[in-house]
Design a protein around this ligand. Structure first.
Ligand SMILES: Cc1ncc(COP(=O)(O)O)c(C=O)c1O
Length: 440
């Protein structure tokens, strides 16, 4: 720890936070060595910390912000709504307008419900799938993160000591005390391994309600899924009347209708979150009208009573609409081109510096791996303690260079960024790679 960091305002705040918050934080994602950075304010793609240092924000609240900070259109919409009230026990037109907008982005979205987080969106999608099919189990990929619901937490973060054989991955709970009944209702399959995944699904075909699937799971390597694998899983689900639930909480930013636009598939239900809140907490479940009907109290198929105190509050609705309306096809294409520029530049820097690293990603996100080959499944993406140490060093060097990354080494771009910002990011990576190579 450098003396300068020890005496920083961020260090002081962390020491104080440790007394009132377990681990000093309300969410582990902000933890970093030697302590979290505390923000004073953000504007566009930049953040100013409480010590006055300005950095380019490549984390964007865990990929939740597509227009960076304090986007003027979002601020205008929210400010106007704030003076009219923030949450009511009544419907709002804002909710209908925003639902219509989101439905227009993807033809598999026939109806949707708003909730308050990505976790809640996955939970509602899974419960709807259970209600619709009358079956209890779900399937998910090993290592995939789908939020904090007991079932999807299973095998979210197993290690070599617990994960078992690849043809029969162990169902590993994340949290001590998770009921065995929850663990036993989850089929865990290896990503991008069609034969083994199908064999595992076959074992439980008549008890499965849904397959929860992320086309580019962050913790599985942020590498887009092999289309052959995706189509095989989708086809298997159709053949067995099992619902295919896409998790596009992160990947919706990749294209106008989500990363699914790059695949020849249709989801039964899709979970959304993060970016669609325009910087405010949100989630949504969108999909087939006949499945969504289980949530409809006026329907004969009504099986799933559902409410949420802050669901569809007008602040999140107007913030989301202002954000998504200007996240149109040209804006997405421009941002994705910036990401391709970054990926090419980082790949060139990897070659030039000779570091054992690789880069993955799609749309407006990328992830740098301190591994020579790009991982295609969770076990390949898994970091040994030494690799973890090197990643922490990389994050620290990048923060010193003026770039805040997601702790996994991932980058989520935002529309205020320019080609000059991307070139500066690439140059910073190159200098940090050189430092790491010189330490090896
Ligand atoms: C793919 C994916 N699904 C679901 C979630 C859960 O979303 P939230 O943190 O809003 O509950 C996340 C959050 O990081 C995510 O990345």
């Amino acid at each position: 720890m450098s003396p300068q960091i020890q005496t920083s305002r961020s260090a002081e705040l962390f020491a104080r936070a440790l007394k009132s918050l377990p681990g000093g934080v309300s969410r582990n994602a902000v933890l970093r060595d030697p302590h979290p950075l505390y923000v004073d304010h953000g504007y566009g793609c930049r953040l100013v910390d409480v010590d006055g240092q300005t950095r380019i924000d490549c984390a964007n609240n865990m990929a939740a912000l597509v227009h960076g900070h304090a986007d003027p259109d979002m601020v205008r919409a929210v400010t106007a709504q704030l003076t009219k009230g923030t949450a009511f026990s009544m419907g709002t037109e804002a909710e209908i307008i925003y639902a219509e907008h989101l439905l227009s982005r993807n033809d598999s979205f026939e109806q949707l419900r708003f909730v308050n987080s990505g976790t809640e969106a996955l939970m509602v999608a899974i419960k709807a799938a259970r209600a619709f099919t009358g079956r209890p189990m779900i399937a998910k990929a090993e290592g995939a993160y789908h939020g904090a619901y007991d079932y999807v937490e299973v095998s979210q973060a197993p290690g070599p000591k617990t994960w078992g054989a690849p043809e029969q991955p162990q169902r590993v709970p994340l949290v001590a005390g998770t009921p065995a009944s929850a663990i036993n209702d989850v089929v865990v399959f290896p990503f991008n391994d069609t034969e083994r995944a199908i064999a595992l699904l076959d074992q439980h075909a008549d008890r499965l309600s849904c397959i929860v699937f992320d086309l580019m799971p962050h913790r599985v390597g942020l590498n887009p899924a092999d289309p052959v694998f995706v189509e095989a899983i989708r086809d298997w689900a159709t053949a067995h009347d099992v619902l295919f639930v896409l998790d596009e909480v992160i990947t919706f930013r990749s294209s106008f209708g989500g990363l699914k636009d790059s695949y020849n598939i249709r989801a039964d239900l899709t979970a959304l979150g993060k970016m669609i809140g325009g910087g405010f907490p949100i989630g949504a479940v969108a999909g087939r009208a006949d499945v969504m009907d289980v949530l409809n109290p006026g329907s004969k198929r009504y099986l799933f009573p559902h409410s949420g105190t802050f669901s569809a509050n007008p602040i999140c609705m107007v913030a989301g609409l202002a954000t998504m309306q200007k996240f149109d096809r040209p804006a997405i294409e421009r941002l994705n081109a910036l990401a391709r520029r970054a990926i090419t530049g980082i790949q060139d820097s990897i070659i030039a510096t000779g570091i054992a690293a690789s880069v993955t990603g799609a749309g407006s996100m990328l992830r740098v791996h301190l591994k020579p080959s790009a991982p295609r499944n969770y076990r390949e993406a898994y970091l040994s303690p030494e690799e973890n140490q090197r990643l922490k060093l990389l994050l620290e060097h990048m923060a010193d260079e003026g770039f805040l990354l997601i702790n996994s080494g991932s980058v989520a771009l935002s529309t205020p960024m320019t080609e000059a910002d991307i070139d500066a990011l690439v140059a910073a990576f190159r200098r940090c790679f050189m430092k790491l190579v010189s330490l090896a």
